[in-house]
Every structure is written in structure tokens, then in C-alpha cells.
Design a protein around this ligand. Structure first.
Ligand code: TXA
Ligand code: MG
Length: 359
């Protein structure tokens, strides 16, 4: 599949914007850029998005080029008002109405059958479209100022962790896009849950903050999960084209160590010692409960096990920092695969190329 990444060739405006006191002028300027076919990165509650006019095929092409993303990997269309949904889909199933009522604005993306209005460039050639209403005031205002439909993948170079801070967007996108809106650190830190509503049974294509249990409770029917989400041995192709690419990959070689806390700590310290003797630079992802027990070149706490939300928020930042520090080998503790833990483990497993050791 075609994958082009052009050299940086433009000046990128950088504007700090406070969600609680939004600079209307900056939003108007950013909205105008989008209307004219330009690209603007903006904060959402999940991760930063790289926005373009979703109904303009040239904008979608530019997004692929800025990210170096394969053009068969469809973009999510972001809306700010529910009555904008009708025009971009063939029909709104009852299930979508229920989920929108419960979770929008919020970290849930729904796959629906697309209407003629949405160009194939935006959907990567698919007849379906991914739609989400983000829960972030800056994003909502920007979408309105842009005319209602903003296509936005995560604002990282393809293959890098999604940006949770504007400085990471700058690192990847400076000189490649027109503007970056800096709204500070995002709240959730992992991308939205994606649920496909185009078939008889709803199916989760990517786990996120909104869990399977939450969806089942709202819909009152069982919800399936794409098997490829958590299993390395799965031969099927994932239903979300983007999930087949090796995402979220740090430069260092990452292994996840699972098991009882004490055994995990001992095993990680033992592995670290032998790797350092071989000249590797080792980074460890621990938790508040364990970091004092580790010895390595760089030890970072992802957060508190009692509040797994903190771990979701810090994970991508840590992976990027290890890259900057020149870490060549990374060991991470594992996390329980329930609630937000499932999304955390899904991203960690991808970053580790499914390299897990149970002790
Ligand atoms: O939280 C999020 O969803 C963030 C923020 C910016 O909103 N966006 C995001 O976009 O994560 P992106 O492009 O990095 O990931 C979108 C995923 C990809 O894996 C893509 O393949 C899948 O959604 N996708 C998009 N449209 C699809 C469709 N019509 N059918 C199946 N999968 C689709
Ligand atoms: Mg992404």
C-alpha cells in the first residue's frame, strides 16, 4: 500500500489554548485553515488528533502524507453535533442512537455505513465510516468552526505512540501541518473504543475507555470483540485496517513480564542486570507500588495500580521518553485485562510485538 512521507516544508503555527477560557480568535483561524484544505492538530480527551476537512479528499490525502500513513487505513470523522450524523451515513441504527445518547461526546467511535458525501479517500476505500464526537471543548469548537466534519487520526508519525501532549505533536508534525493547538495533557491517554455497528452483532475493533461491559449494559445485547485484538496467534486480518500495522512501537525491544508482584520484580531486575552487562541501556515500566525496588538506566512509574486511569494517561509519554533517552531494552509489568486494563494491555502487547513472559 502506498505510504508517502514528505519532507517538512511549511511553517507550523503553535497556539496555546485553554479549554476553560477558549481563545475564539485562534479557533476561528484554525477553522478557516481547515475550510481551506489545511491541517490542524488539536487536543481531544483521548489523544491529540491531526485534523483535516473530512469531506475534502485533498485534505485526507494531506493527512496520510503528513503522518506517512498507508492510504488504506481509514480516518475517523469527528462531529460536534448529533444532527450532523445523518448526512454522512446511510442510516442511523437504533443501537447507534442509544450509544450516542449514553457516550457522546466521549471516547467512543462507531462504524456505520457511509453516505455519498464522505469521500473514499477519507474511509480508505471502505463503504463504511468511523464517527466520533470528542469530549473536549477545544475539539468541539474547532469542528463547528470548520463546518462540522473533521477527519482526524492520532497526530503522530505512523508507527509512533499517539501524542498525549502537544510537544509530542510538534516533534512529529513541525513543518508538515499548518497549525497545532496546545491544550495541555489529554485526560484519557489511549485512543477511543471502536465499535462496528454495520453487522448484526456489535463488535469491538479496538478496546478503549468505554468497555465491552458498558456497551452491553447500554444496548442490552451481547457485544463481540475482534479476536485479533489480544491474540498474537490469530491468523485473521483485523477488521479495523489500522490494527494490522505494528503500532505504538518504541525503539527499544519491549517485553512484558506478568505474574505475582514479587516474582515480577525479581525477574525484571535479573533480566535487567544481564542486559546491562551486555551493554544494553535498560528502561523499566513499573508502578507507584514497585518502582523503588528496581535498578536500571531508567525506571518510570506508569501510575497507581489502584487507579488504572493514571496508567492509561502516562503510558505513551513513557514510551516516547524511552526513545529520547536511547533506551534499547524495555521491561514492563503487566496489567489486569479488565476495565480500562484491557485497552492498556492491548496497546502494550502491540508495542511489545506480543512478547510476554509469565513468571
Ligand atoms: O481517540 C481516537 O479515536 C483518536 C482521536 C484523535 O479521536 N483518533 C484515532 O484515530 O485514534 P486513528 O486514525 O489513529 O485510528 C483510527 C482507527 C484505525 O485503526 C482505523 O483502521 C480504524 O480506526 N477505522 C477507521 N475507519 C474505519 C472503518 N470504516 N472500518 C473499520 N475501522 C476503521
Ligand atoms: Mg493512530
Amino acid at each position: 500500500m502506498k505510504r508517502v512521507k514528505e519532507e517538512p516544508n511549511m511553517e507550523t503555527k503553535f497556539s496555546v489554548i485553554d479549554e476553560k477560557n477558549i481563545d475564539k480568535e485562534a479557533i476561528a483561524q484554525a477553522g478557516q485553515i481547515l475550510k481551506e484544505g489545511g491541517l490542524v492538530a488539536f487536543p481531544t480527551e483521548t489523544v491529540y488528533g491531526l485534523g483535516g476537512d473530512a469531506l475534502n479528499k485533498e485534505s485526507s490525502r494531506k493527512i496520510y502524507a503528513a503522518k506517512g500513513r498507508p492510504s488504506d487505513n481509514p480516518l475517523i470523522v469527528h462531529i460536534a453535533e448529533l444532527d450532523k450524523l445523518e448526512a454522512i451515513v446511510q442510516e442511523i441504527p437504533e443501537s447507534a442512537k442509544k450509544l450516542a445518547k449514553e457516550y457522546w461526546p466521549g471516547p467512543l467511535t462507531m462504524i456505520l455505513k457511509k453516505s455519498q458525501l464522505v469521500p473514499m479517500e477519507t474511509t480508505g476505500g471502505l463503504q463504511t465510516v468511523a464517527v466520533r464526537m470528542p469530549n473536549h471543548q477545544v475539539a468541539l469548537e474547532l469542528i463547528k468552526a470548520a463546518g462540522g466534519y473533521v477527519a482526524a487520526p492520532s497526530a503522530n508519525t505512523s508507527g509512533k505512540p499517539s501524542p498525549t501532549l502537544a510537544c509530542f505533536v510538534k516533534e512529529d508534525m513541525d513543518g508538515r501541518i499548518d497549525m497545532i493547538l496546545d491544550g495541555g495533557q489529554v485526560g484519557i491517554g489511549l485512543e477511543s473504543t471502536i465499535v462496528d455497528l454495520t453487522e448484526e452483532m456489535p463488535i469491538i475493533l479496538r478496546p478503549g475507555y468505554v468497555t465491552k461491559e458498558m456497551l452491553e449494559k447500554t444496548l442490552g445485547i451481547p457485544v463481540a470483540s475482534d479476536r485479533t485484538m489480544m491474540h498474537a496467534d490469530c491468523k485473521e486480518a483485523p477488521k479495523a485496517p489500522g490494527m494490522k500495522y505494528r503500532h505504538y512501537a518504541p525503539k527499544g525491544d519491549l517485553t512484558i513480564i506478568t505474574g505475582e508482584e514479587q516474582s515480577v520484580v525479581e525477574r525484571i531486575n535479573c533480566l535487567t542486570k544481564s542486559m546491562r552487562e551486555k551493554g544494553e541501556k535498560v528502561g523499566i515500566i513499573g508502578t507507584d507500588e514497585t518502582i523503588a525496588k528496581y535498578h536500571a538506566d531508567s525506571v518510570k512509574s506508569a501510575g497507581n495500580r489502584k487507579e488504572e486511569e493514571t496508567i492509561a494517561r502516562e503510558l505513551y509519554r513513557i514510551l516516547r521518553e524511552f526513545d529520547d533517552e536511547g533506551i534499547t531494552v524495555i521491561y514492563s509489568e503487566g496489567f489486569a485485562e479488565d476495565g480500562i486494563g484491557q485497552a492498556i494491555m492491548n496497546r502494550l502487547l502491540k508495542a511489545a510485538g506480543h512478547h510476554v513472559e509469565n513468571v
